[in-house]
Design a protein around this ligand. Structure first.
Ligand code: ZN
Length: 431
């Protein structure tokens, strides 16, 4: 081994060593309790997959297992929070309601202390009822529900003294997938998507959980559709539909493979108008699965970069609020009422160190950027989408005015209603 190589290995070793143990800058006086658990939720039989309507048959197996993971936290006052992350398309409202009711009965966990987030992989099971697939779907739903209740119970049972810390880094593969509406209509690029100059949120926040000096859980977030893979993966020119967690699945897999004993958990951000690039069949000599694995590694290394740099304490107490706000649709027929939606908003505060906002459905990135500005203070602000509900796009006022795929016909006060509810809950927890 030459001297340069030896120095290189020494530097890697020092960086890894620093990130594996608790950083010296972390306040070790605040003692949390934390517990973690995970379970495979890959369907046990082939079934229809969610996210792309173009598929012509049920799945043909898996490229990677899908997981549900639970992190239970308890502050020094005994207040608990359970965060559940899942490699599935979304948190359908009835799934949230089922789990919420069960954990309230079994563990006395109130709704505001349960956060459920989906990675929005488009290579997971379609678990809503579909024509002709009811039996299969029903079996999967029962299986998923059983696994979720099991890991929540295990995470709570595993609660042990722990310390929390946080850090962040950046990751650049998400690009705004919409048109550039700022361009004049006659500009040749006005009809081209994605938009390399559009709004993005490249931040990768990480919450680290150390039990003793061991890193046992890392919760990390990124705002980007989990859609590197196209609807069809071709193997020798034959379509193959395989379950995978897409880039988020490979990011978690990479982190866990490199750190035995770690449970890596992905929290989907406000990625409704963001796609990973390159993707699908954009480069003729690269298979989509290779892109997904590559983006997964890139995101995992951003998490590693965060953990190796400016680590800060996360202390309690834990406070949380969860309420619904009514979102209205524009009336198509002036004589009929337009359907409204009860939209879940959750705000969680970990002392003055971390504020986590969890919004339902597919939320465009403007919400993440705005709420981080609006709530800026001592605490670091995270904004998750795809939480506690799943059922369509949530445009900002800007996206609503521009129109396009992510702009269903909500009334123009949609952004004010959602942001107003977030601020109301945030201020209430501040008192
Ligand atoms: Zn989507």
């Amino acid at each position: 081994m030459n001297a340069m190589k030896r120095i290189g290995l020494l530097v890697v070793g020092l960086v890894l060593g620093a990130s594996q143990s608790l950083a010296a800058s972390v306040d070790t006086n605040y003692i949390w309790k934390a517990g973690v658990a995970s379970a495979i939720i890959t369907p046990q039989t082939n079934m229809w997959m969610s996210g792309y309507a173009a598929r012509k048959s049920p799945s043909h197996g898996k490229a990677q297992d899908l997981f549900a993971k639970a992190l239970a936290l308890e502050d020094e006052n005994g207040t608990r929070l359970v965060i559940v992350t899942m490699d599935i398309i979304g948190v359908r409202p009835w799934l949230r309601q089922f789990v919420e009711k069960q954990v309230a009965e079994r563990h006395k966990l109130p709704p505001q202390c349960l956060l459920m987030n989906a990675s929005h992989t488009h290579c997971g099971p379609e678990y809503r009822e579909m024509k002709g697939g009811e039996q299969n779907t029903g079996h999967y739903t029962a299986f998923l529900q059983e696994r979720l209740l099991r890991i929540i119970g295990e995470a709570i049972a595993n609660l042990a003294p722990a310390r929390l810390s946080q850090a962040h880094a950046r990751c650049g593969f998400a690009m705004n997938r919409r048109l550039n509406y700022a361009l004049p209509k006659n500009d040749p690029n006005a009809k081209k998507a994605p938009n390399p100059d559009g709004p993005v949120d490249h931040n990768v926040p990480v919450l680290m959980v150390h039990v003793n000096t061991n890193l046992c859980a890392a919760l990390f977030s990124y705002a980007c559709h989990n859609t590197t893979l196209s609807s069809v993966s071709m193997t020798n020119n034959v379509p193959r539909y395989e379950f995978t967690g897409d880039y988020a699945g490979y990011a978690q897999e990479t982190l866990q493979a490199g750190r035995p004993g770690l449970t890596a958990m992905f929290l989907q951000g406000c990625g409704a108008d963001q796609n990973p690039y390159p993707r699908h069949y954009m480069i003729p000599y690269v298979k989509p699965l290779e892109f997904a694995q590559q983006h997964g590694r890139t995101l995992a290394y951003a998490v590693e970069a965060a953990m190796a740099t400016h680590v800060r304490s996360v202390r309690g107490p834990l406070r949380s609020a969860f309420e619904y706000v009514t979102l209205e649709r524009e009336k198509k027929d002036p004589k009929k009422d337009a359907p409204s939606r009860q939209y879940p908003v959750q705000v969680i505060r970990l002392g003055d160190d971390l504020t986590l906002v969890a919004l339902g459905n597919e939320v465009v990135v403007d919400y993440s950027l705005r709420l981080k500005r609006d709530l800026a203070g001592k605490a670091v602000v995270w904004v998750a989408g795809y939480s506690n509900d799943y059922g369509g796009y949530i445009p900002s006022l800007r996206v609503l005015k521009e129109g396009g795929y992510e702009a269903p016909n909500y009334t123009p006060d949609i952004e004010d209603r959602i942001v107003g509810k977030v601020r109301e809950l945030h201020d209430r927890l501040n008192r």
